[in-house]
Design a protein around this ligand. Structure first.
Ligand code: GLU
Length: 448
């Protein structure tokens, strides 16, 4: 009879949660959920020198943000020392472990490494054989009384009833010790799936050199958790149906260990940006507004001068134009300051064109007479004017855009004016009409 599936993620709090760790957590989570099992979180904080509370906090926060919720835990190994002491006792009694006195390092418990061939089966790789006759006896309890990683891991996996473990293949080399310990303690080890590491775009092991690697950094850069989780899941796994955009629930449904790739995957920032853009496209407006506002605020942009309704209109206006909220910061600056700088290019190419200022002045009067300042009414003003003058919309929209934004690009002009408000819009147009293109260019020169 097969046991109910129980998987675990067991980070050491010696650093932030990186993309590789997040993938390990995610795969164990998806596997458990797919099988109707449980996902357990265990903090392996037995390295007292290198473990830090701030890393524990950051790991927990990152997992929560990604939506990877444990069914049990977090358990902390530092709170479970009796378990390891009891197991060490048993190994000392049976003679499979012994006290090792080191005049400098102190007293530690060492496990005897038997001379034999250890067979390791894996859910992804072929059976691997290790000849342990060349391996040394190894420490299981350190001189500070804390267990060594391999020992605590074996004791806990059994104690917590873990049935399956998916983890990075850098841990394959720990298997001989873990198998020897399980057998000596008479424990049933989990089934393991060792997955290949993640590479950077250049084919080298993913590292700082390639840019952001921690989940927290991606969060600060404005990526959405569902997009990052989706992207990370695809670094080594696919559902096999060409569908790439998948919610966490969708991935739980489809996850299958046999579809994990045996070769390393490359991290492609372009693709992550694309994927985030896909999620932004479909994000409910309340959330999009909150994400964008949060990001801008973090960049020191004073969004608090606007209310929620305004923020929603703003986010909607930029929805198609961003892969992450970072893309909004520079192009939307004109909304948040009245100290506009006029790009010389916009002045020369748009405002200095024949008749541009006359048209700007004409539409200004029409807009000023419009009692209702909405995108629809503003559009009607523009369309009416263009029809009467028999000119294309661009002939008047571009000068207005240059006048109110100082640039040549913005969201559709009607929404832009509506968001900017009547008085700010008219004031900016008046400023341009008063200064004239010469004046604007002189001011731009002074700025530069
Ligand atoms: N604490 C170990 C690590 O963070 C866990 C390894 C394992 O999953 O067994 O690498």
């Amino acid at each position: 009879m097969s046991r109910a599936v129980r998987t675990r993620f067991a980070p050491s709090p010696t650093g932030f949660l990186h993309v590789g760790g997040a993938r390990t957590a995610l795969y164990n989570f998806l596997f458990a959920k797919h099988s109707g099992g449980k996902f357990i979180l265990r903090i392996e904080d037995t390295d007292r020198e290198r473990s830090e509370d701030k890393y524990i906090q950051a790991i927990l926060e990152s997992l929560e943000w990604l939506g990877i919720k444990p069914d049990e835990g977090p358990y902390f190994q530092s709170e479970r020392l009796e378990k390891y002491q009891a197991a060490a006792e048993r190994l000392l009694e049976s003679g499979e472990a012994y006290w090792d006195e080191d005049p400098e390092k102190g007293r530690a418990v060492r496990m005897r490494m038997p001379d034999r061939v250890v067979k390791v089966s894996d859910l992804i790789h072929e059976e691997v054989r290790f000849d342990t006759s060349l391996a040394d006896d190894f420490v299981i309890v350190k001189s500070d009384g804390f267990p060594a990683y391999n020992f605590a891991c074996v004791v806990d996996d059994a104690d917590m009833g873990i049935t399956h473990v998916i983890r990075g293949d850098e841990h394959l080399s720990n298997m001989p010790r873990q198998v020897v310990l399980s057998e000596a303690l008479g424990l049933e080890p989990p089934k393991f799936a060792h997955i290949p590491m993640i590479l950077g775009p250049d084919g080298q092991k993913l590292s700082k050199r390639h840019g952001a690697t921690s989940v927290g950094e991606y969060r600060r850069q404005g990526f959405l958790p569902e997009a990052l989780a989706n992207f990370i899941a695809l670094l080594g796994w696919s559902a096999g149906d060409d569908v790439e955009i998948m919610s966490l629930a969708g991935m739980c449904e489809k996850f299958d260990v046999s579809r994990i790739r045996k070769v390393s995957s490359r991290f492609d920032n372009e693709k992550l940006g694309w994927m985030n853009g896909q999620y932004i496209m479909n994000l409910p407006i309340e959330r999009l507004a909150a994400e964008v506002a949060g990001y801008l605020e973090g960049q020191g942009v004073e969004v608090s001068q606007f209310d929620d309704t305004w923020m929603r209109g703003f986010a909607e206006a930029y929805r198609q134009r961003m892969r992450t909220p970072e893309d909004v910061v520079a192009p939307s600056r004109f909304f948040f300051t009245d100290n506009l700088e006029y790009a010389p290019k916009a002045v020369r190419k748009v405002l200095a064109k024949d008749g541009a200022l006359e048209r700007l002045s004409a539409i200004r009067e029409i807009l000023a007479a419009e009692p209702e300042w909405t995108a629809e009414k503003i559009e009607a003003c523009f369309r009416g004017y263009c029809d009467r003058e028999a000119i294309g919309l661009g002939k008047v929209a571009q000068p207005v855009r240059a006048a109110v934004t100082g640039t040549m690009v913005s969201p559709p002009i009607f929404e832009t004016l509506a968001l900017l408000g009547r008085s700010r819009s008219l004031r900016r147009i008046d400023h341009v009409l008063e200064e004239g293109t010469e004046g604007l260019l002189r001011a731009a020169e002074k700025e530069a």
